[in-house]
Design a protein around this ligand. Structure first.
Ligand SMILES: Cc1ncc(COP(=O)(O)O)c(C=O)c1O
Ligand SMILES: [Zn+2]
Length: 469
């Protein structure tokens, strides 16, 4: 396809809408930093041909028109074509932003498991508690679903370089997809605050990795200036195509539940793109008549990185103040979230809440998810800690179906897990202020590695002691 026919196809299939001033622009006209030049807000991708309310007159209801897609999407799972095997691109009818789908760069992401969490459900008195494990993606986090989408746009637009500021997972995903596409990748990460697994991935996939002596928000500021000066394509989640990929787990969940959505989805909140993307996915399915209602979507933040929680509780979501973020859940150590307005809209439209959880609650919840044989990285565990709060506040009821979005794999941050089991994760002060029940639950889950003499007797003594407990 020639450059000009590529461009005209892109113009007709999708456009970008500014969420601040409602301006519409062609995808190709977005500024390098993906901010609206009139008001500075972010854009979202729109598909007039699929969703325009104007052109439905005289046609059958949308649900009837699009019901056949359900079969098509399911059938693709048994295909051997890489795009069909991707849990993102098998829904490509709802992602028509590439002029030519041969530009799609895929690692067969998505199609992640929806696990039940029977022990956590029982202790919370819930009938149906599930985990949608986005950590089971090719690079171990939910970022892959967004990266396959946005990096494909970069390839189609003939960029050689892509770049991101990251708390670690975006950089791992970007580096991998860039390597697949034969593109160069530039990663800016905060020095000392990125989990080892993620830093190792960025290096392994060949990205130029810069550890800046600042936090995530400082890395974002440097990159925003850099993309104005150099021809690199920005792949942070201000890039609206990232959210197009990240909306697809909503399709997978609806499909897995036979197009009857759960009552409540719980999402960790950092830069707040993921909750926004899932909200967009469910809203699109409802507009098409493929589901009858949308689930509540609630966002959970760490107490030390809680700007959305403060915004909702102090300003009703009408304004946000940046905080100096600090939490051991480094993936969500973000004080100035770019997508906060999109997230507030999702909370309002779905009737969800924003809660905050402590470092102790995160540590305990992560161990509990591990004890289910599933595991996740610390940032993902805020979801279980958060649902405990929502249950105790009566915001989640016993007969409701709840899905926790686990965003990252447990192997992303092994240091955190080992410190927990060795009893060195929390400070003495943090341990002292815990409730006795919480502390004893934590002690029961902690399993420090045992260093023994190399004898059967030594191992037998350990077994005997366990059996006697
Ligand atoms: C594991 C993990 N969970 C949650 C988040 C937060 O997602 P978002 O920034 O879209 O709110 C991130 C972001 O880096 C992450 O890596
Ligand atoms: Zn605007």
């Amino acid at each position: 396809m020639t450059q000009s026919s590529t461009q005209s196809a892109q113009k007709t299939a999708h456009r970008l809408r500014c969420i601040g001033c409602d301006a519409r622009i062609a995808g190709l006209d977005a500024a390098e930093d993906f901010r609206c030049q009139a008001c500075g807000s972010l854009f979202e991708v729109e598909y007039p041909q699929i969703f325009s309310p104007d052109d439905t007159a005289g046609r059958p209801p949308a649900g009837a028109l699009h019901a056949e897609w359900k079969t098509l999407w399911a059938d693709r799972r048994s295909s051997h074509a890489p795009l069909d095997r991707s849990g993102v691109w098998r829904f490509r009818e709802l992602l028509p932003f590439l002029a030519d789908k041969r530009h799609a760069v895929t690692l067969e992401e998505g199609n992640t498991p929806l696990y039940s969490l029977p022990r956590s459900a029982r202790s919370l008195g819930l009938e149906n508690l599930f985990a949608k494990h986005q950590g089971m993606n090719p690079t171990g986090s939910f970022k892959d679903t967004g990266m396959t989408a946005a990096l494909s746009v970069a390839l189609e637009r003939e960029f050689s370089w892509v770049a991101c500021a990251s708390t670690g997972n975006t950089s791992a995903a970007m580096a991998a997809y860039a390597a697949r596409a034969g593109m160069r990748a530039l990663v800016l990460i905060p020095e000392g605050k990125v989990a080892w697994g993620k830093l190792a991935q960025s290096l392994d996939y060949g990205a130029i990795t810069c550890q800046l002596k600042t936090d995530f928000d400082g890395c974002v500021a440097v990159l925003a200036e850099l993309v104005r000066r150099a021809p690199v394509y920005l792949l942070n989640s201000v890039n609206p195509y990232r959210l197009e990929g990240q909306k697809t787990p909503a399709f997978e969940m609806a499909e897995a539940m036979d197009w009857k959505v759960p009552d409540h989805i719980i999402v960790p909140g950092g830069n707040l793109a993921n909750c926004s993307a899932l909200g967009k996915g469910f809203a699109e399915l409802r507009t098409l008549g493929l589901i009858g209602r949308v689930p509540r979507i609630s966002v959970i933040q760490a107490e030390g990185a809680n700007p959305l929680f403060l915004s909702m509780s102090q300003h009703d979501g009408n304004q946000i103040e940046a905080v100096r973020a600090d939490t051991r859940a480094t993936a969500i150590r973000i004080g100035n979230p770019a997508s906060w307005q999109k997230a507030v809209r999702v909370l309002r439209e779905t009737g969800g809440w924003c809660e905050q959880v402590s470092e102790q609650e995160i540590a305990l919840a992560k161990a509990e998810i591990g004890a289910e044989g599933i595991g996740c990285e610390p940032a993902s565990a805020v979801t279980l800690a958060g649902v405990k709060k929502l249950v105790s506040l009566g915001r989640v009821l016993p007969d409701e179906t709840v899905v926790l979005i686990l965003t990252g794999h447990t192997l992303k941050d092994p240091e955190y897990t080992i410190d927990f089991h060795r009893g060195s994760l929390l400070t003495a002060q943090e341990t002292t202020v815990m409730l006795a029940a919480q502390r004893s639950r934590m002690e029961a889950l902690a399993r420090a590695p045992l260093v023994l003499d190399p004898s059967v007797e030594a191992v037998m003594r350990v077994l005997d002691a366990e059996v006697r407990q």
